[in-house]
Structure formats: C-alpha cells, structure tokens
Design a protein around this ligand. Structure first.
Ligand SMILES: Cc1ncc(COP(=O)(O)O)c(C=O)c1O
Length: 352
C-alpha cells in the first residue's frame, strides 16, 4: 500500500464528494472497521435489513454486537425510518442502511428520525455512481459509507473496498486500524532512510485489511472508465424497463430504477403476487438453461441459524423473497444481450 493507493483514495474522494476516503481490502472489512471506529462493542445492537448479503450482518457479529433485522419497503426494497423505528431498543447503537441494488436511500431523512447519538454506517456495496434523493453522490453524506470493489461491482479491483467519510479524526483511526494499528505504515517502514530506528510499539489491536498498490492501480483505471460503464448500465436498464412494462405482464421494478439517483448495480424484477418460490425457482432454472445468468438477491438473513433464527416476522421481506429475480446487468454486456434476456423471459412467462 503506497502511492497508488494514496492517489486512488484522493481520486475517489473527488468522485464521491467525500472529505476522506480510506481504501481497504473489501466492503466486509469496511463495514467491520467502521463499526469498530464508531465504538460498537459486545452487547450493542445494530439494525440492518434482512434482505442483504451476509457481509452486512457478519460485520456486526465480528464487532461482537447483535444484528437486529428490519423489514424493507416493497417498492424501494430498502429499509425506511418506519421499519427501523420498529426495531429500536435502548441497546441500539448503530444502523446499517443498505443501498440495495443501487437504490440510494435518503439518509438525511433517516438521520432526522434517529437519536443523534446513533451512528449510521451506509452499506454502499451496490451504490457507486448513485446519488442521494436529496442531492450529492452516494458517499458524500458525511456518514461512514462502505463501498465494495469486488469483481462484479460497478467499480472492480478483483477484491477491494473503501470507506468514505467526513471526520478527519475517524479517518486517521481507520487508516491505523487497517494496518495492524502500526504507528508508521508499511510503505514508510521500507522507504524511510532510518526505518530500522522507527518505533513498532503497538497500543491497540489492528487488522490486516489494507488495499495494495496493484489493486489501487486497477481501481484508478476503473474510476476513469465509470462514465462509459454507467451509460451502458443505464441503456440496459432502460431496455428492460421499457420492454417489460409494455409487455404488461405484471412485472414490477424497484422504485427509482430508471431515475438519476439509482446506481443500477442490480436489475431486480418482482414477479406478480401469485408468484411463489417454487415457480420463481423453476423460471430461474429455465433461464439458466437458455444461458442467462439470472439469480436471486438475497435469501433473507433473519431466519438463518447463524443469526439465531430471529422470531420477528418480516412480512415484506418474506413475500419479496418468493418473487424476486435479478436479471443480468453489466458494463460488459451488449444491448443485444439484454434484448435476448427479455425475449426469453417473456417467452418463458408466456408458456409457464
Ligand atoms: C450488500 C452487500 N454488502 C456487502 C458486501 C460485501 O462486499 P465485499 O465482497 O467487497 O466484502 C456485498 C457483496 O456483494 C454486498 O452485496
């Protein structure tokens, strides 16, 4: 981790409208380190949606805290101030809103509904390139916003992540935590003429979660290519939306999917309400037979043994899970590929 990582962080800060960016080796690490930096510890509760990738909740467990799963809105597929309010207890210390699929949550509105002392850590794994409904790029809110640069993300460094934030003090702490909390970072240790004389004295438990220069160099190129990537994703999303709407088969999209603020990371459709998981799974397999990489994001976490099979019912999440399908969307797809997806989806809906 040397000059390429510093340059990547600076360029990301400009692109995200963030005062500070701390690059790390994954979004999972970004979420975990953010929780540590916010002082989350054993006995604390952290609210997050159940409809998310396991990393969101696992980061909470790594910090020793308890994930409390909330429901989502059936249109946005994201948590809301009301679904969060239903989960707040005197132990709640933080909320992790997930900008699901790239649908950027109005965190300013969420903040107003919460006590000031509660930390908001945004899971922006899907959010790069999106904007808040009240303005500014995802990552510019001043909260801690955690991005993923995993291979299938809008910006990919094979594996990688970053935390965008406002607080200079917290960014210093995060930079230290990502590299064993060493008083001097590894690059300086090798490049400094008197490196042998520098202190290695540790005062805090840190982690090995830094982003190296090779990944950062890839990230810088990926960042420059964002406008092209973004317009391809937009074109694919528009084609899906137009064709499936005009086909009038009761298929619904995430609210905001074609708006300016959606990052279009995932193209999620909802089958009509008579759909059930069996029907959805058969449809998925038939799409796979036709060489279409459709999938489901995600199996709800609240009923999983790892998280204690929480008793709270989350009716919207449970209903959605039976009916959602993610259609392929990527900057390396051609428009003809997207047309092929819709042709086959409509054909299968017609004949099943
Ligand atoms: C919502 C969400 N949060 C967190 C992550 C974790 O990202 P990473 O693989 O960079 O750790 C992912 C990964 O897909 C995700 O989808």
């Amino acid at each position: 981790m040397g000059p390429e990582t510093i340059a990547f962080e600076n360029e990301l800060a400009v692109a995200l409208g963030a005062r500070q960016v701390v690059a790390v080796n994954s979004c999972t690490s970004a979420l975990f380190l953010s929780l540590v930096a916010c002082g989350i510890k054993s006995g604390d509760e952290v609210i997050c949606p159940s409809l998310t990738w396991c990393s969101t909740a696992n980061a909470i467990l790594y910090a020793g805290a308890k994930p409390i799963f909330c429901d989502v809105d059936p249109n946005s597929l994201c948590l809301t101030p009301a679904t969060v309010a239903a989960c707040i207890t005197r132990r709640t210390r933080a909320i992790i809103p997930v900008h699901f699929g790239g649908n950027i949550i109005d965190v300013a509105e969420l903040r107003q509904s919460l006590p000031r002392t509660m930390s908001i850590i945004e899971d922006a794994a899907h959010g790069l390139g999106g904007r808040y409904p009240s303005g500014g790029p995802a990552g510019s809110s001043g909260n801690l916003s955690c991005f993923s640069f995993y291979a299938n993300k809008n910006l990919a460094t094979a594996d990688g992540g970053a935390i965008a934030l406002r607080s200079v003090e917290m960014s210093r702490h995060l930079r230290s935590l990502r590299q064993h909390a060493l008083p001097i970072n590894a690059w300086k240790r090798y490049s400094h003429p008197k490196s042998l004389l520098l202190s290695n004295r540790l005062t805090e438990l840190g982690y090995k979660m830094s982003l190296n220069d090779i990944q950062s160099a890839i990230g810088r190129v990926q960042l420059r290519r964002q406008p092209g990537f973004r317009s391809r994703r937009r074109a694919i999303a528009a084609l899906y939306w137009n064709r499936l709407h005009s086909a009038d088969r009761g298929i619904r999209f995430q609210s905001g999917f074609t708006s300016d603020y959606h990052a279009r990371h995932l193209a999620i459709i909802q089958l009509p309400s008579q759909g059930n998981a069996g029907y959805r799974d058969r449809l998925l397999l038939k799409l796979r037979d036709r060489n279409i990489g459709a999938t489901v994001h995600y199996a709800p976490l609240h009923r999983m043994p790892l998280y204690g099979e929480q008793k709270r019912r989350l009716p919207v999440t449970e209903d959605l899970f039976r009916r959602i399908i993610t259609l392929p969307i990527s900057s390396s797809m051609e428009i003809e590929d997207a047309a092929y997806v819709v042709d086959h989806l409509l054909d299968l809906l017609e004949h099943s």
